[in-house]
Design a protein around this ligand. Structure first.
Ligand code: NOJ
Ligand code: NOJ
Length: 498
């Protein structure tokens, strides 16, 4: 651990108290911090607002228990559905809330949300739907009505990142529960180790193991093909699934999941296009939009974050990831007018607002205009920067090369780091480099802050020209993306991140 680095940031430790506030405490203090607060004060206030707003979208009145509405918006756009992907990512934040709950009452409340989600997920798995009738292929169905029934309208389906993300959230819950001595519940509800299985995680894993080669629609629901994001999520699911299977005495399944994960790694490697210095978001397109010619997509960033197993495979600090991120950033800098403003009202630096991909045409309600920056993309960039700082600190060195040089020159322009140089922890540039990464992460959060409404609510997007929010209001995933960025930030600052 680099102590200079931790000391430099220890001033900000006070914000860690956020994690230990009770739910009742949260409700009593949750109001958006007025402009003029320091970034840390704003983060504290926004953390509370985001937590409550996220929880409000779980099983709202009139919906089935365990449902996560993507947004309360019921028209223009209608996001009042349970999306398998959004729900898994949101419930992953609830797993963290459960893990960190400061008292038994809160813990019980979070456990109830999680067990309702497990029940609903099992029901989703068993509900005949357009992706696969009553068969196994139905596991790729992207969204369900809020009473739990199948959505039968036309849609980009299947989306096979969904079952993978669900495994990743629930396998994490399983590990926590096993450590708490609740293995019986885990075996009954999550992983029974039987064939055929009746449990939610194993059902998803059997599907993924057999069908990961099948082309599906991407996380933006627009292109059918093979996607870096989907594959990263699937690889992680098969690996954490293998671990869980091993732990719960299902060694043959564990072995088979592991082999499928290794095959996926070979396919994932093909996404790197060395001539273009980027990771291609989609290969082997078979249907859907055809105008994403740049191959650049924030889905790479999200794939790295949501597919992280800590084993270094396409890690945040991977050179190929850094090269792709840098190109994407340049494109968003050029295309969104709001990115010409680089400082907030206090003259503090604001990083580039990120959207989904440069050619995006989705305005939040229609696909006939120009795409905009998204909160979950910009927050994802903050989280990526913190994660890169974490990984470099753990490694204790970085080699500057042709692939990553542009990224490092951009993040720390005052440190002359030349192509071919190795910078180790004793180098005078080391601590400033790590600090620059943390500062960049904070500057992305300052960008989010700048476009967040006064009461702390965040929609899906903010307008590329005027910066005002648009698209689905109170998007649940926007809140989850803020919480995860803040958790990673505080873990890195306190040196507690593993
Ligand atoms: C809604 C989808 O969720 C969004 O990702 C997409 O861009 C539009 N429909 C247009 O297909
Ligand atoms: C559109 C996004 O493209 C997609 O990723 C998301 O699942 C849905 N909206 C619901 O939030």
């Amino acid at each position: 651990m680099n102590h200079g680095f931790v000391r430099a940031w220890s001033f900000f430790f006070s914000m860690l108290t956020v994690a230990s506030l009770t739910l009742a405490g949260l409700v009593s203090v949750a109001k958006a911090a007025p402009r003029g607060d320091t970034l840390n004060q704003w983060i504290q206030g926004q953390f509370r607002v985001s937590t409550l707003a996220l929880l409000k979208n779980i099983s709202p009145a009139g919906t089935a228990p365990g449902v996560v509405v993507a947004s309360p918006s019921r028209q223009d756009p209608d996001y009042y559905f349970h999306w398998v992907r959004d729900a898994a990512l949101v419930m992953d934040s609830v797993v963290t809330m459960y893990e960190r709950a400061p008292n038994a009452a809160d813990k019980a409340r979070f456990f109830k949300l999680l067990s309702d989600y497990v029940e609903l997920s099992r029901r989703n798995q068993l509900t005949p739907n357009p992706s696969g009738g009553a068969g196994e292929m139905g596991l790729g169905e992207p969204k369900f009505n809020v009473d739990g029934s199948a959505f039968t309208g036309p849609w980009g389906r299947p989306q096979n990142d969904g079952p993978a993300l669900r495994v990743n959230t629930l396998a994490r819950l399983a590990r926590i529960l096993i450590a708490e001595g609740k293995s019986d519940w885990v075996r009954a509800k999550l992983y029974d180790g039987k064939s055929p299985t009746q449990s939610v995680i194993k059902t998803d894993l059997e599907f993924l193991g057999k069908y990961w080669t099948v082309p599906s629609f991407d996380l933006w629901e627009e292109i059918q093909g093979q996607h870096f994001y989907t594959r990263m999520a699937q690889r992680k699911a098969l690996l954490v699934g293998a671990q869980l299977a091993q732990q719960l005495n299902d060694p043959q399944a564990a072995h088979w999941y592991l082999i499928q994960a290794r095959h996926l790694e070979q396919e994932l490697a093909k996404h790197w296009l060395p001539q273009r210095n980027l990771i291609a978001t989609t290969l082997d397109r078979v249907a859907g939009i055809d105008y994403k010619v740049s191959q650049l997509d924030v889905a790479i960033v999200l794939g790295v974050l949501h597919g992280n197993t800590g084993d270094g495979f396409f890690a945040a600090s991977n050179d190929m990831v850094l090269a792709s991120v840098q190109q994407l950033k340049r494109r968003f800098d050029e295309s969104y007018l709001i990115n010409s403003r680089k400082e907030d009202f206090e003259g503090q630096p604001m990083e580039t607002a990120f959207g989904r991909y440069p050619e995006d045409r989705y305005s939040g309600t229609s696909t006939s205009s120009l795409g905009n920056p998204w909160f979950l993309a910009t927050n994802g960039m903050a989280e990526l920067m913190y994660q890169i700082a974490h990984e470099l600190r753990a490694k204790g060195r970085v080699v500057i090369n042709r692939t990553n040089a542009a990224f490092f020159a951009d993040v720390a322009p005052m440190l002359t780091m030349r192509n071919g140089q190795t910078i180790v922890a004793s180098d005078t540039r080391w601590t400033p480099l790590l600090k620059s990464l943390m500062t960049a992460g904070d500057s992305y959060l300052r960008r989010t802050r700048f476009h967040t409404s006064q009461n702390g609510s965040t929609a899906e997007q903010f307008n590329r020209d005027n910066g005002y929010m648009q698209g689905a209001h109170d998007l649940t995933w926007s809140y989850a993306s803020f919480l995860t960025a803040v958790w990673v930030r505080s873990e890195v600052l306190s040196g507690r991140r593993r």
